[in-house]
Design a binder for this molecule. Structure first.
Ligand SMILES: Cc1ncc(C[n+]2csc(CCOP(=O)(O)OP(=O)(O)O)c2C)c(N)n1
Ligand SMILES: [Mg+2]
Length: 552
C-alpha cells in the first residue's frame, strides 16, 4: 500500500490516533508548539489542558486506570518533565499504559545549552518501561508503535518519548496503520494447573489475597467462585489501590493493613496463601517483623513477573493472566470440592466484612454529633449517601482510614486510590476517571494536605464541566505525620505539620477556579450537601471541617 508523507508533528498525532488514543493530556510550551499547531487537524484526539505537569500525568493515569486504555500525555522539556516525576512514579505503580512525551530543543541547538535544555531520557528512565529520543522523523512510526505496544503489554506501564523540534519539522513517511497488540492472556500448563489444584485442595484452611489484576481483568466472579469452592477467606492486598474483590461476598474479610505484625497475625491461622493478581504484602514503614508467617506456602498468580517471588519464596509462582488461570483451574477444584469448604465458609460469616461493617457502623454513629466532624462518621455518611454507580477516588490518609470498612465495592471500576504513596493523584486522577467513565458520577475524598499537591486540577474539572464532587477533609494539618511522630519518635513537638496561620480556604480556592463550593461544619449537613453536589451533574467541592485528632 502507498505510504503517506506527513510532517513529523502530524505523523506523531496521526500515529497516536492509529494506536487508539482518544485523549492527549498536556501542558504546552514553545517546544510543543509544532504539535499544538496541528492539534486542530486531529479532532479525534481530545486535548485536555492541565495547569501543572503532575496534574497532566495524574489525569492521564486516572484515565488509563479507569479505561484500561492507552493514554497520551505531553509536558514541556526538562522542567515540565521534572514537575511530572512524582505523578509518573504513581503511574509506574498503578501499571498505567501511558505514552508520556516532552518537546525537546532541536538536536544541535541543545548542545549550546539554551534555556530549558537538559537530556530528557535519563530523567524519565527510572520510572518507565522504555525511554527514547526520536532522532529522525522517519523513525516516528516505529517508535510510536513500539511505545504503544510496550505500554499495553503486561506488565503494563508508562513509556517516554522525547520529541526534538527538528524532528517535528522534518517529513516522515508512514505505512498505513498497523498497531501490534500482544495477546498475553496466557495460563499455566495443564500439568502445572493439576499440581496447583492438588495443592489448593489439600489445604486445611487456605486464604486468598486479592489484588488489582482481578479488577483489571474483570475476574471478580472467578475469584469469588474459588473462595466458595475452597471455603477460603479473602483479604484485599495491603495497598488496596483499586477495587479488588466484591466486599459483600460472604468470604470477604476486609483489607490487610500495612502493619507487618497485624498482617502476620491475620494470616497466621491459615495454612496456604493464594495470591491472585496482588502485590504480595507490599508494606510502607520499616518493621523487623516479616508479614508472612514463617513457612507459609504461597501460590501466586500474576502477569507481573517482577512481583513473583520478589520478597518471599513462592512454591507456585505463575506468570499468567489471572482470569484465564482461574477459568482453567475452577473445573479442577469444582470436581473435587472439599467437604470442609462449607464449614469453613460458615465459620467466616460472623467475622466477614459485612459483619464487621455492622459493628463499625454502630461505633461511628456514636460520634454523630461531634464537632469538628469525626472522620469515621464522615466516611460512614459518604458510603451511605453516594450517588448510584458512583466511582470513589480516595487520598485522605487519616480521614479515610475507615472508608474501606463502610464502602461496599461491587464492580471493578468503583474505587481508585493511591498506588505508590506519592501524594497528588486524587484531584487530577478523578478527572481522568471521569473522562474514562462518562455517565458515572465521581466522588473524590481528599485530605487537606493531599489536595494541595494537585490543586490546579480543579480548574480542569471546571473547564471540562465534569460530574466530580471533591470532598476535602480539612483537619488543618498533616495529621498522619503528627500521629507518627508520637508513635515512632515519641515526640509531640510538631514542626511543619500544621496548615494554619493562615488556614486555607478551600471553598475560595475552588470558586476561584470555577468550581462551586460549600463548607460543611455541622455533621448532619453533610449527607444532603453530598446529594445536592452529586445531583448538580457538574464539578463541586465540599470542604468538610473534621477533627484534627488533637482536640481541635
Ligand atoms: C509527594 C509527597 N510528598 C510528601 C509526602 C509525605 N506525606 C505523607 S502523608 C502527608 C500528609 C497528608 O496530609 P493530609 O492529606 O491532610 O492527610 P492527614 O494526614 O491530615 O490525614 C505527607 C505530607 C508524600 N507521601 N508524598
Ligand atoms: Mg490533613
Amino acid at each position: 500500500m502507498a505510504k503517506i508523507k506527513l510532517s513529523g508533528r502530524s505523523a506523531f498525532l496521526r500515529l497516536l490516533v492509529d494506536e487508539g488514543v482518544t485523549h492527549m493530556f498536556g501542558n504546552p510550551g514553545t517546544t510543543e508548539l509544532p504539535i499544538m499547531e496541528v492539534m486542530p487537524d486531529y479532532p479525534q484526539l481530545k486535548y485536555v489542558l492541565g495547569l501543572y505537569e503532575s496534574v497532566v500525568v495524574g489525569m492521564a493515569d486516572g484515565y488509563a486506570r479507569a479505561s484500561n486504555r492507552l493514554a497520551a500525555c505531553n509536558v514541556h522539556v526538562a522542567p515540565g518533565l521534572g514537575n511530572a516525576m512524582g505523578a509518573l512514579y504513581n503511574a509506574k505503580f498503578s501499571g498505567s499504559p501511558l505514552i508520556l512525551t516532552a518537546g525537546q530543543q532541536e538536536q544541535g541547538h541543545g548542545l549550546l545549552e539554551p534555556l530549558l535544555y537538559a537530556p530528557l531520557v535519563p530523567v524519565a528512565q527510572p520510572f518507565v518501561k522504555w525511554a527514547v529520543e526520536v532522532t529522525r522523523a522517519e523513525d516516528l512510526p516505529l517508535i510510536v508503535r513500539r511505545a504503544a505496544k510496550v505500554a499495553l503489554t503486561p506488565p503494563t506501564g508508562p513509556v517516554f518519548i522525547s520529541l526534538p523540534g527538528d524532528v517535528l519539522e522534518q517529513d516522515a513517511e508512514l505505512e498505513p496503520a498497523a498497531p501490534t497488540r500482544v495477546d498475553a492472556r496466557n495460563r499455566p500448563s495443564d500439568e502445572t494447573l493439576a499440581r496447583v489444584a492438588k495443592k489448593l485442595l489439600a489445604a486445611k484452611n487456605p486464604v486468598i489475597i486479592a489484588g488489582q489484576e482481578l479488577a483489571v481483568h474483570d475476574a471478580f466472579g472467578e475469584a469469588a467462585e474459588l473462595a466458595e469452592l475452597l471455603g477460603a477467606g479473602v483479604y484485599q492486598q495491603t495497598v488496596a489501590y483499586s477495587a479488588q474483590f466484591p466486599t459483600e461476598h460472604r468470604a470477604y474479610l476486609g483489607a490487610l493493613t500495612r502493619n507487618q505484625k497485624q498482617v502476620r497475625e491475620a494470616l497466621a491461622p491459615f495454612d496456604l496463601a493464594i495470591c491472585l493478581g496482588a502485590d504480595l504484602l507490599r508494606m510502607s514503614v520499616y518493621s523487623p517483623v516479616d508479614p508472612l508467617p514463617e513457612g507459609m506456602p504461597v501460590v501466586h498468580v500474576s502477569e507481573r513477573d517482577w512481583e513473583l517471588g520478589k520478597n518471599h519464596p513462592t512454591e507456585f509462582a505463575l506468570q499468567a493472566n489471572v482470569k484465564e488461570t482461574l477459568r482453567a483451574l475452577l473445573p479442577l477444584v469444582r470436581a473435587a470440592r472439599p467437604a470442609a469448604a462449607d464449614e469453613r465458609l460458615a465459620a467466616l460469616a460472623p467475622r466477614n466484612w459485612s459483619a464487621q461493617r455492622d459493628k463499625a457502623r454502630v461505633a461511628a454513629l456514636e460520634a454523630a454529633e461531634e464537632k469538628p466532624i469525626d472522620p469515621r462518621y464522615l466516611m460512614l455518611r459518604i458510603a451511605e449517601s453516594l450517588p448510584k454507580d458512583a466511582v470513589v477516588v480516595e487520598e485522605a490518609l487519616t480521614s479515610s482510614l475507615s472508608l474501606p470498612d463502610f464502602l461496599a465495592l461491587r464492580d471493578p471500576q468503583s474505587y481508585y486510590g493511591l498506588a505508590s504513596g506519592g501524594l497528588g493523584f486524587a484531584l487530577p486522577g478523578a478527572i481522568g476517571v471521569s473522562l474514562a467513565l462518562p455517565g458515572r458520577p465521581v466522588v473524590a475524598v481528599v485530605g487537606d494536605g493531599s489536595a494541595m499537591y494537585g490543586i490546579q486540577a480543579l480548574w480542569t474539572a471546571a473547564h471540562e464541566k465534569l460530574p466530580i464532587t471533591y470532598v476535602i477533609t480539612n483537619n488543618r494539618s498533616y495529621r498522619i505525620l503528627k500521629e507518627r511522630l508520637i508513635s515512632m519518635r515519641k515526640s509531640d513537638r510538631f514542626i511543619g505539620m500544621d496548615i494554619r496561620e493562615p488556614s486555607i480556604d478551600y471553598c475560595a480556592l475552588a470558586q476561584s477556579m470555577g468550581v462551586p463550593a460549600k463548607r460543611v461544619v455541622e455533621p448532619q449537613d453533610f449527607a444532603p450537601a453530598l446529594r445536592e453536589a452529586a445531583a448538580s451533574g457538574g464539578p463541586r467541592l465540599l470542604e468538610v471541617m473534621v477533627a484534627d485528632g488533637f482536640g481541635g
